[in-house]
Design a protein around this ligand. Structure first.
Ligand code: ADP
Length: 213
């Protein structure tokens, strides 16, 4: 079992990479952004509280995001993601490796306090974070990518002003989380400025090295 946290500013491609890794290694993929968007879509009380905050590009409160994360970590498959439902025999036919159950968390923690909360949650579940992968992309490239994505995503938080705000929040609140993990020796920085497949290869090498220790 290996538990991974994946980091990246908006536009760094952490959701894309987390999805690819979940498929390859059969990880449970938990994306707090996806979980929140699902609550919004379903119009649940949590979703109703989160919607305006997300549309502004602000971080929703821990009282909203932590229970969602906790629930997702306790179940094997959280989202109606067809890839997550690939059964073991199908994996064999596709030549995908069998791995012990592990998870990849994307979108959490975004603050140092959330990092402490995650540690506490994991301790209760008798798990631990084994690896923190941060996808590094220069700011100009992030802005370029988000603009490109905005044209097709239809996400209410992909507008010029909100994008700038989300990037600023990342610098202010989420960068310090990287220092938090750097100290513990769990952090690996990966260049994410090139193609999706290049970044994927880099991350897979890091994971494979960890799995083969
Ligand atoms: P991106 O990384 O492109 O900003 P995400 O899908 O990870 O996209 O997150 C979208 C929005 O969901 C964030 O801007 C924030 O409002 C909310 N969100 C996601 N994860 C968290 C979290 N851990 N804490 C607070 N808010 C969160």
């Amino acid at each position: 079992m290996i538990n991974i946290v994946i980091f990246g500013a908006p536009g760094a491609g952490k959701g894309t990479q987390a999805t690819l890794l979940a498929e390859k290694y059969d990880f449970l993929h938990v994306s707090t952004g996806d979980l929140l968007r699902q609550e919004v879509r379903l119009g649940t009380p949590l979703g109703q509280r989160a919607q305006a905050i997300m549309n502004r590009g602000d971080l929703v409160g821990d009282d909203i995001v932590v229970p969602l994360l906790d629930r997702a970590l306790r179940q094997r498959s959280t989202l109606p993601d067809p890839d997550a439902a690939v059964d073991p025999w199908d994996r064999e036919r596709k030549g995908l490796p069998h791995r012990p159950e592990g998870c990849i968390i994307d979108g959490f923690p975004r603050t140092v306090s959330q990092a402490q909360t995650l540690e506490f949650m994991f301790r209760k579940m008798e798990r631990r974070i084994d690896l923190v992968v941060a996808i590094d992309v220069p700011r100009e490239e992030l802005v370029r990518r988000i603009h490109e994505r905005a044209a097709i995503s239809g996400r209410a938080d992909d507008t010029e002003e909100v994008i700038r705000h989300r990037l600023d929040l990342y610098d202010q609140q989420t960068q310090p989380v990287l220092d938090y993990y750097r100290v513990s020796g769990m952090l690996v920085m990966v260049d994410g400025s090139e193609e999706i497949s290049d970044t994927n290869h880099r991350i897979c090498s890091v994971i494979d090295a960890k799995l083969n220790v």
